[in-house]
Ligand binder design. Structure first.
Ligand code: ACO
Length: 279
């Protein structure tokens, strides 16, 4: 039985797909201190939840997330240093530390408005999908603030540097199609197809060997900041660790299916996870 939260919902699909839904639709899912605390707690539990093989982060109603709650997160803690500190810690912890290190694949499904601080969880997720109609904006410049937390660092990593600077300086909005063109999301789809397309992607990932998927995402993330020599050494160690860690023995199984049984061709489809129950 899942915990229940004031500002978020946990919803489950078959096949190990779990939704983390920001649930303040009347405030366009703006992030209050309570929402940060709820998300932080939920991610801690979902990280080891055996029923969660893939996590999708999205928003209720017509917004993904309208950024930090200007009333509750900013103004509401201006004269409350302890509350500000706690909210900022939770905010960074779930949106970056816990989400970017989540041990299973993560997908941001941008169903509508995505502003300011919401770019952090957008980019923290391994993959992102947007509605064509979604509206993105680095609106901080309009509020007399900068894209803080780790938003500036994230956008300059995830976007072309000219695009990152352009949107940070102008605060102009852009839609889901443009986000896909820029590579900020993997693809966009019409809003009425978004859920179906996102679930198809999630199910594709959920069907794969979990240890290999985990080590792949950790490896791809980690090598960005390394030299070639560091990356080669790290990836060799990571490969060895995977063979120890993989309860399904996917390497041996895939080779057996290809070399001995001749029933698997990687160019024609995925190997069959006979031992999927081991995960
Ligand atoms: N903080 C606090 N409240 C918010 C926020 C926010 N970031 N975004 C929306 N709300 C509230 C509105 O104040 C309104 O509350 P009310 O019903 O009590 O008046 C409610 O959510 C609905 O918002 P509307 O503006 O009425 O909804 P609409 O659909 O017309 O517009 C939109 C949605 C475009 C998202 C608009 O609300 C907006 O521009 N919000 C601000 C987005 C933003 O700039 N966020 C970045 C904040 S800075 C940061 O994240 C670091």
């Amino acid at each position: 039985m899942d915990r229940t939260y004031e500002t978020i919902k946990i919803e489950r699909e078959r096949d190990g797909v779990t939704w983390l839904v920001l649930n303040r639709p009347e405030k366009r899912n703006a992030m209050s201190p309570q929402l940060h605390a709820d998300c932080n707690d939920a991610l801690f539990h979902l990280a080891t939840d055996p029923q969660t093989r893939v996590l999708i982060v999205t928003g209720a109603g017509d917004a993904f997330c309208a950024g930090q709650d200007l009333r509750l997160f900013f103004r509401g803690t201006d004269n409350a240093p302890r509350e500000r500190f706690e909210a900022a810690e939770n905010s960074h912890s779930w949106r970056w530390t816990r989400l970017s290190k989540f041990p299973k694949p993560t997908i941001a499904m941008v169903n509508g408005f995505c502003f300011g601080g919401a770019f952090t969880q957008l980019i923290a997720c391994d993959l992102a999908v947007a509605a064509d109609e979604a509206v993105f904006g680095l609106s901080e410049v309009n509020w007399g603030i900068i894209p803080g937390g780790v938003v500036s660092w994230n956008v300059v990593n995830a976007m072309n540097s000219r695009d990152a600077m352009f949107y940070a300086l102008t605060g102009d909005t852009f839609d889901g199609r443009e986000a896909a063109r820029m590579g900020l999301v993997n693809f966009s789809a019409p809003l009425d197809k978004l859920r179906e397309e996102t679930l198809a992607l999630a199910r594709k990932l959920a069907a794969k060997n979990p240890a290999t998927v985990r080590y792949t995402k950790e490896g791809v993330r980690a090598v960005r900041g390394m030299s070639e020599a560091q990356a080669a050494d790290y990836l060799a160690a990571k490969s060895d660790a995977l063979r120890f860690r993989d309860a399904e023995h996917g390497r041996e199984e895939a080779m057996k299916q290809f070399l001995d049984e001749k029933r698997f061709r990687p160019g024609l489809g995925n190997y069959v996870r006979d031992d999927a129950s081991a995960s």
